[in-house]
Design a protein around this ligand. Structure first.
Ligand code: ARG
Length: 469
């Protein structure tokens, strides 16, 4: 639909139109048009309520409803002409409505763009948050499946990127499943504060009209955790704070940081130096010059894109920090930060899940790395503790064992009992049994440990939980 090109009257207050550059500078239509569906749904709810309280006749409501549906179809079909001089999605739709239905001029009764934009954002976020929750679940499933497929694979666990102690590969992956679970929880928690209706707050001070806020909240399904309708409780707060967006972006930043760390592991693991994981051709790229290269660009971009998500959170916090009550136009700047956050995070979640589903573990290489007996030096110290030696002394004794082996250029498990006894008389043949990798992992039985039993139990627990959710 082509909207009439003549400038919309700027209210009786203005004698002159805006200066030439103003529309370009102040518009948000280039990006907030994506709120159109939610803007229409919000307007339908508001109109229904206006009819209920006697401001609109049934006929007027019918006109408005059908006009809004018509506009929805035009937008959907790409036939709607968005006008920059109409500033934003709210004005564009309302203006188009008044052209179709004269009653459209009554739609804005008791409403301001200030509560309208807060409403649209909350409606839009609810939908996106639902999708993101499912995308987190998919990534968790991909991690658990890769772990389960390689349940017996052991790798070194690292601190300071130096080999530390052996762990099951699945245990390492499950660490990310745990991180994502907390992210999921933060998302659910933030959802409670998004899912509150600001409609009826007006510009900042509500309305003298008997608006029925409960009706619109129920119509739009704004509910608290107990399923009761949820309304913002202060009109000034409702139009001016964006903490629900900040909270969501904080969730997103942390999730992106977790993804970035996973990406870093995948980058290391797919290098020739580690060679623990082979990413499939479909999720790697070649080099324009070096023919042998297979680069982990997806993981690298995931790591890189996390910077934007963190930056968006920072921008929002800075945007809000000096604002006087209540609505200030600065707030329009929240949208691109939020949209970019969602548009960055969602593909990262999806593509990483897909990449993990096609990744292969190089079990042979993992075994070689995990067979380094130094990984069990701590187990040797634990053995000494069980012989009654204080841990500090045991730590020192094993340090000597390592030094002797290093000096002789042999692995520590190849030192003879005689050599061990020379370091400390308590050593017996039994001590050398600690170097059996599978036994060492079977001994780790506590909840949270990387042992054979707890890891297998955790894999089962996650598979069940993720199948049910
Ligand atoms: N485009 C505006 C925004 O995104 C809508 C609200 C405008 N309100 C106003 N008083 N100018 O924040």
């Amino acid at each position: 639909m082509k909207q009439s090109g003549k400038p919309v009257s700027r209210s009786g207050r203005f004698k002159e139109g805006p200066a030439a550059d103003v529309a370009k500078f102040t518009e948000s239509i280039s990006y907030d048009r994506r709120l159109w569906q939610h803007d229409i749904v919000g307007s339908l709810a508001h109109a229904k309520m206006l009819q209920k309280i006697g401001i609109l006749t049934k006929q007027e409501l019918k006109e408005i409803t059908s006009g809004l549906h018509q506009i929805g179809t035009q937008i959907h079909d790409g036939e709607f002409e968005w006008r920059e001089d109409l500033e934003d999605v709210h004005m564009n739709i309302e203006h188009a409505l008044t052209q179709i239905a004269p009653a459209g001029a009554k739609l804005h009764t008791g409403r301001s763009r200030n509560d309208q934009v807060a409403l649209d954002m909350r409606l839009w976020m609810r939908d996106e948050m639902g999708e993101i929750a499912e995308e987190i679940r998919q990534l968790q499933r991909a991690l658990v499946e890769l772990g389960a497929k390689n349940e017996k694979v052991i790798i070194p666990g690292y601190t300071h990127l130096q080999r530390g102690q052996p762990v099951y590969f699945a245990h390492h992956l499950l660490a990310y499943v745990e991180m994502l679970e907390r992210d999921f929880g933060r998302l659910q928690d933030a959802f409670q504060r998004v899912n509150v209706s600001p409609l009826g707050s007006g510009a900042l001070a509500g309305s003298t009209l008997p608006l029925n806020r409960k009706f619109t909240a129920e119509f739009l399904e704004f509910k608290n955790a107990d399923g009761e309708f949820a309304l913002t409780r202060n009109s000034m707060d409702a139009v001016s704070d964006r903490d629900y967006i900040v909270e969501f972006c904080a969730f997103a930043a942390l999730t992106a940081v977790h993804l970035s760390r996973l990406a870093e592991d995948l980058i290391s693991w797919s290098s020739s130096e580690f060679d623990f994981v082979r990413l499939s051709d479909a999720y790697t790229t070649g080099s324009s010059l070096m023919p042998q290269k297979k680069n982990p660009d997806i993981a690298e971009l995931t790591r890189g894109k996390s910077a934007r998500v963190v930056g968006n959170l920072t921008s929002l916090l800075v945007l809000l920090k000096g604002l006087p009550m209540t609505y200030n136009r600065d707030l329009q700047e929240d949208k691109e930060r939020l949209f970019d956050t969602v548009d960055t995070l969602r593909p990262c979640l999806r593509i990483n899940a897909a990449m993990l589903r096609t990744a292969k573990v190089n079990a042979k290489r993992c075994k070689e790395a995990a067979s380094d007996p130094l990984l069990l030096a701590t187990d040797l110290a634990d053995w000494l503790v069980l012989q009654g030696i204080p841990f500090r002394d045991a730590h020192h004794i094993v340090g000597e064992v390592v030094a002797v082996a290093e000096k002789r250029s042999i692995p520590i498990d190849k030192l003879s009992l005689k050599e061990l006894k020379r370091i400390h008389p308590v050593f017996s043949a039994d001590a050398k049994k600690v170097f059996h990798l599978e036994t060492a992992l079977a001994k780790r039985t506590m909840i949270g440990a990387p042992g054979t039993k707890p890891v297998s139990q955790e894999l089962k627990r996650w598979m069940k939980l993720l199948a049910e959710s």
